[in-house]
Ligand binder design. Structure first.
Ligand SMILES: [Zn+2]
Length: 489
């Protein structure tokens, strides 16, 4: 059985292109069949590119970051071999794993791009030694569990595609091409080895084969994943839900948890406390309480003891909102001095807002979203920002603003504390299980088959690549391998 190819890694989270389908193999030439001598599982890369392109691109290139290949194609293969060695040294299987790989044009535009996509090439149920009956397993895992290669002869276990045009054309994330070095010194580039580790994980089994938009199973059989996908509101796994219930949980923010024992046991070793905005004070009223917030990529990360002060809104628009896109006027500066500034999202970069409230003497910044949606972070880079910043949803912002209606020029009676919630690890549910990526707007190729974007530190299997990722796939840094262990690796 060939599943739809659904998992893709994006440069920006808001990319959403159509779901690809498995194509017939165009070219079966085996160009590379090496693997690490120390590997516990042999991984074989099957080069599916035609002569002259992709892995066969003869363009001369200088050595980079420990990658001594002399052509673009060679360097791509060497980066692949590094990723294969990392997974090969982590996994255990007596059956060599074949990855059919190619560089080819994938969806992209000037500001975002699909970096790659990958998945199991075939899925199997009820093979020899299958741990669960009537359940789909990805080809590589089924072969490991069976102790023999169950794949259709001549086919790979995993099919992986990578964007050949990335960074090389004005309409494909110009300037943001793949970094082919092996040392993570990627600068402004995108670390290919990291992307490969991510995509290989999908192919090894980090994906459900159940349709995450409709909830329909392939031939009415669940995937091994579905035994661990827990709707944390209904407290039922996907194997126990109707298709409609599965589809609903896939678009319920924070509504789907991974209920596998090996991942959950490792969560406290890997994840950090979540960032928190605590609202209190005599005037807080119905706004009092803890808010989960989105972190900023600029300024200091939140820590304990919290940064604490009166919460004061910036008001610089005729409609009563405050954008802080220009230096604050006298009244706004007076309001935020020594206090935490509440600013609306919109019209300028977050770092511009932070710089303006910081210049006026604010000790922290809360950005309220200007449109409905899930909690999201604040992007941007400005080394001069020295105050912490967080983002709250539009709904939470409205609740907080309601408590700020009556205030003096310098005080609101509403106290904001920006710190860490040590009782809730970032990206987990109330029972300490890691959440999956379930944005309330369905995102094809990203929804469900990734970890949440709220994990800290960032995890390899989030839907977008982050610059702080390492080449590790195991605890204490990363939870990718524990999930594969949960499903049988
Ligand atoms: Zn992915």
């Amino acid at each position: 059985m060939k599943p739809a190819e659904t998992s893709r890694l994006q440069r920006l989270a808001n990319t959403a292109a159509g779901v690809g389908v498995v194509l017939a193999l165009a070219c079966g030439a085996l160009a590379v069949a090496a693997s690490s001598a120390h590997a516990a599982a042999a991984i074989v890369i099957v080069n599916l590119n035609e002569p002259g392109v992709g892995f066969n691109d003869p363009t001369p290139v200088p050595p980079v970051g420990g990658n001594a290949g002399t052509t673009l194609g060679q360097q791509r293969l060497i980066a692949f071999q590094r990723a294969a060695d990392i997974w090969g040294g982590t996994l255990d299987s007596s059956v060599p794993i074949r990855i059919g790989a190619s560089f080819e044009p994938l969806s992209c535009n000037a500001t975002s791009a699909v970096l790659g996509s990958a998945g199991a090439y075939e899925i199997f149920s009820d093979f020899q030694n299958a741990p669960r009956a009537n359940t789909w397993y990805p080809s590589a895992l089924a072969s490991k569990l069976a102790g023999t290669d169950v794949a259709t002869p001549g086919t790979p276990h995993i099919r992986a595609r990578f964007n050949s045009r990335l960074g090389l054309f004005p309409d494909c994330l110009p300037g943001g091409g793949f970094y082919l070095g092996l040392d993570r010194n990627f600068g402004d580039g995108i670390d290919l080895v990291t992307v490969l580790l991510h995509e290989f994980a999908h192919g090894l089994g980090f994906q459900t084969f159940t349709d995450d938009e409709t909830g329909e199973q392939i031939e009415n059989l669940p995937s091994i994943w579905d035994y661990y996908l827990l709707d944390n509101r209904l407290n039922r796994t996907w194997v126990e839900l109707t298709p409609a219930q599965r589809a609903t949980s896939a678009v319920t923010w924070r509504g789907l948890s991974w209920n596998g024992p090996i991942v959950t046991a490792n969560v406290p070793r890997v994840l950090d406390p979540s960032s928190n905005l605590a609202v209190s004070g005599g005037a807080a009223g119905g706004a009092a309480g803890d808010y989960q917030v989105g972190d900023a990529t600029f300024g200091p990360p939140l820590s304990n003891p919290p940064v604490r002060g009166q919460l004061m809104p910036v008001v610089d628009q005729t409609n009563g909102t405050g954008l802080a896109c220009t230096p604050l006027n006298r009244l706004n500066a007076l309001a935020v001095r020594g206090n935490v500034a509440l600013v609306d999202r919109g019209s300028c970069d977050f770092v511009v807002k932070a710089a303006n409230v910081q210049a006026a003497g604010a000790i922290g910044m809360v950005v309220a979203d200007n449109q409905p949606g899930d909690v999201a972070g604040l992007s941007g880079n400005d080394p001069s920002i020295a105050i912490p910043s967080v983002r709250v949803t539009q709904a939470d912002g409205a609740r907080i603003k309601a408590a700020l209606q009556r205030r003096s020029r310098t005080q609101s009676g509403v106290v904001a504390s920006l710190g860490l919630n040590t009782t809730r690890l970032a990206g987990t549910d109330a029972q300490g299980r890691i959440l999956l990526y379930t944005p309330s707007i369905y995102s094809p190729g990203s929804t469900v088959s990734h970890y949440t974007t709220e994990a800290k530190p960032n995890q390899l299997m989030e839907p977008s690549i982050n610059d702080d990722l390492t080449h590790e796939v195991t605890p204490p840094r990363d939870l990718t391998f524990p999930l594969l262990q949960d499903i049988g690796w």
